[in-house]
Design a protein around this ligand. Structure first.
Ligand code: SAM
Ligand code: SF4
Length: 363
């Protein structure tokens, strides 16, 4: 064990076997050492800083049927909603008025022209009303390159599209046959080609996934030279096909949390200067899960700025936190717990990753 930690602490490049060894750690003292080491790397490359992205969940209507997701097309128990243009703009401006500096529009996938135009109009209006000062990330699934370009030209500059599983076979087990791995890869290439700061990520701890798969996911992020990662533990939604494959989920919550935190730590140790989100799924497993994610190497948190009445409609998994809070309450609670970690929130900045500037030579 000491050789693994010697290597980690020396700052030497980690290889696939090191990542496997990290992901297999279970002893509490070893985990503490791991999280502390990753936190030190974060301090060196990012600083004691947390960036916030206010997230607006724009709609739970989706043309896709991913086996893990509570708002999948096939779930007939979901009451569908979509925010109109005005409501989305209001959500984004809430993020701006809270001085978050940056916001995310996320929702079920749609590719009809009416939807594409609506997103363009929202982007243009928000850019105009904030004098270009609000950074906007999109997370709206797979689209043609021409659509990505239209949205980029309308003012979005970051895009989050998870590969979900970098192993094509596992990808195939998590999705119906018409959701192909090749198409997902093509979209990730298109995003980079168009000029988006591109983020990706995986589901952590899904049925059928091995520790080796997760180590390969981390190597995939490195090879793809991504700027940001948004990944989190898989959580069960009972009305989905994947739930049946994880009958003892409730007993495994602590393991899911630890695996999520180990992945964050390993990603920070491997990729050093990227933006790394501490996601809501961690908070669903532990009330202070997102703060633990920051102490394991994360540097981005996405507080919800969606109007309270629509939050219950956007449940990817059961136990989503903050369902009955409003945006102001979410903000106050989060600011308090972040302060308790000793981290400083960065306000009024886009919070782009140092990796992006290094890669693109823009600074
Ligand atoms: N529809 C877009 C897409 O799939 O990229 C954006 C919204 S989708 C709900 C955002 C992410 O939620 C997905 O990339 C997926 O990894 C995650 N997600 C879906 N169901 C989940 C679950 N049961 N547990 C944890 N994360 C989940
Ligand atoms: Fe739709 Fe995204 Fe859920 Fe898949 S993960 S069903 S694309 S919302």
């Amino acid at each position: 064990m000491s050789t693994l930690f010697d290597k980690i602490n020396s700052g030497a490049d980690l290889d696939r076997q090191d990542l496997i060894d990290i992901l297999k750690l279970t002893d509490q003292d070893d985990l503490e050492r791991l999280f502390n080491a990753a936190y030190k790397v974060k301090l060196k490359y990012i600083g004691k800083r947390v960036s916030l992205r206010g997230i607006v969940e724009i709609s739970n209507k989706c043309i896709k049927d991913c086996f893990y997701c509570g708002i999948r097309r096939g779930n007939i128990n979901v009451e569908r909603f979509e925010l109109n243009k005005k409501q989305i703009v209001e959500g984004l401006l809430t993020a701006f008025n809270f001085n978050y500096g940056s916001a995310v529009m996320q929702g079920g996938e749609r590719n009809d022209e009416k939807f594409v135009v609506m997103i363009e109009e929202v982007l243009r209006e928000v850019k105009e009303r904030t004098d270009g000062r609000l950074g906007i990330t999109l997370s709206l699934g797979e689209q043609d390159e021409s659509v990505y370009r239209r949205w980029f030209e309308s003012g979005a500059h970051r895009y989050l599209l998870r590969i979900e599983a970098s192993n094509p076979e596992l990808y195939g087990m998590l999705h119906p046959a018409d959701h192909t791995y090749e198409r997902r890869m093509e979209c990730l290439h298109s995003l980079q080609h168009v000029g988006f700061q591109t983020g990706t990520g995986v589901l952590i701890g899904v049925p059928g996934q091995s520790i080796e798969d997760l180590a390969n996911d981390l190597m995939f992020f490195k090879k793809f030279d991504i700027d940001m990662i948004g990944m989190g533990p898989y959580l069960v939604h009972p009305d989905t096909p994947l739930a049946k494959k994880f009958p003892d989920f409730e007993e495994k919550r602590k393991d899911q949390l630890n695996l999520g935190l180990k992945m964050i730590a390993a990603a920070r140790l491997l990729l050093k200067d990227i933006n790394l989100a501490s996601t809501t799924a961690l908070q669903a497993l532990d009330p202070v899960g997102r703060e633990l994610g920051l102490l394991a190497g994360g540097n981005v948190i996405m507080p919800n700025v969606t109007a309270t009445e629509y939050r219950p409609g956007y449940q990817l998994y059961t136990g989503k936190p903050g369902l009955d809070e409003n945006s102001e309450q979410s903000r106050i609670a989060l600011e308090k717990t972040i302060r308790q970690t000793g981290e400083t929130i960065i306000y009024n900045e886009w919070g782009d990753s140092p990796h992006y500037f290094r890669r693109s030579g823009k600074r």
